[in-house]
Design a protein around this ligand. Structure first.
Ligand SMILES: NC(=O)c1ccc[n+]([C@@H]2O[C@H](COP(=O)([O-])OP(=O)(O)OC[C@H]3O[C@@H](n4cnc5c(N)ncnc54)[C@H](O)[C@@H]3O)[C@@H](O)[C@H]2O)c1
Length: 283
């Protein structure tokens, strides 16, 4: 199976993690982004994360070099041409993903087209291609090299064969896939985002400081990370985009994004990736 070529669209926090795990498991990977700077940053993040694994003793230096050697980069989707699987991990925006899947339909004629979207309808994305049976959700968790779960989401037209191959590929990179169906936010974000949103309401209403809110959830509920720290890790722009999909797709006002979350995103306070969110981060 490791002879299958993999293309990853987007070299941001998720894209570079997805490229990392496929390459580490022996697959040749092309990581594609519109921005050369994002590719350079993505490649250096992979190198840093591999260094950490070497220090911990989970891989040796030769495995690090071999992993890096399997990752090519490109600014053109045309280079996804011979891929058996494309995993799209570009910015969480419907129109952008619709456009990318239209392009991939032509550029990678034999590939399974998977999206790492957190919330956008797989069925709608698939409808932008001529082969909706080969389109599927492959939702990795952040940070990808560490987290065990891949939520595998079947669109309305996704075939059994596409689902089977995707489950196998997730297992081949050491992950545990869980198959779910296509409704806004799927399972992970349908449950996670209302909790994060409620934590932002608690902050806006002065119920507690970020530290107090996160400590209550860590020590009281045994969560490894508080919801505000987790939102900073995910990216506040991504959290807002997911809540908007939940609100629009399910039509229930309980999903309305907290105005404070909107304000932070408008200010460019996007969490770890911008150096400031609910907490501040050294670059
Ligand atoms: N951040 C998380 O915790 C998380 C978890 C699971 C899934 N996701 C999903 O993964 C996807 C990516 O999220 P992220 O956090 O990595 O975002 P990010 O902002 O870190 O990276 C997005 C990347 O997409 C690139 N991009 C934009 N348009 C493109 C195009 N047309 N072609 C190729 N690349 C393009 C950008 O240059 C950027 O490098 C989103 O769909 C998000 O919902 C995110």
């Amino acid at each position: 199976m490791t002879e299958s070529k993999i293309a990853v669209i987007g070299a941001g926090q998720m894209g570079n993690g997805i490229a990392h795990v496929f390459a580490q498991s022996g697959f040749p990977v092309t990581m594609i982004d519109v921005a050369q700077a994002a590719l350079d940053r993505g490649k250096s993040t992979i190198e840093k994360n591999l260094d950490r694994q070497v220090k911990k003793g989970t891989i040796d230096a030769a495995a690090k070099d071999a992993t890096l050697g399997r990752i090519a980069t490109s600014t053109s989707t045309a280079n996804a041409g011979d891929a058996a699987l494309v995993v799209e991990a570009a910015t969480e925006n419907r129109d952008l993903k619709f456009r990318i899947f239209g392009d991939l339909d032509r550029a990678a004629p034999n590939a399974i087209l998977a999206t790492n979207t957190s919330s956008i309808s797989i069925t709608e994305i698939a409808a932008k291609t001529t082969r909706p049976e080969k389109v599927i959700g492959m939702h990795f968790m952040n940070p990808v090299p560490v987290m065990q779960l891949v939520e595998v989401i079947r669109g309305l037209a996704t075939s059994d064969e596409t689902t089977r191959t995707t489950l196998e590929l997730a297992k081949a990179v050491g992950k545990t896939p869980v198959e779910v169906n296509d409704y806004p936010g799927f399972v992970a974000n349908r449950i996670l985002m209302p909790m994060i949103n409620e934590a932002v309401y608690c902050l806006m209403e002065g119920v507690g400081t970020p530290e107090a809110i996160d400590t209550v959830m860590k020590l009281g509920m045994n969560h490894p990370m508080g919801p505000l720290a987790l939102a900073d890790l995910i990216g506040l722009d991504t959290c807002l985009a997911i809540l908007e999909v939940l609100q629009g797709g399910l039509g229930d006002p309980k999903y309305r994004p907290c105005p404070l979350l909107r304000k932070y995103v408008a200010a460019g306070w996007l969490g770890r990736k911008s150096g400031r969110g609910f907490y501040t981060y050294a670059s």
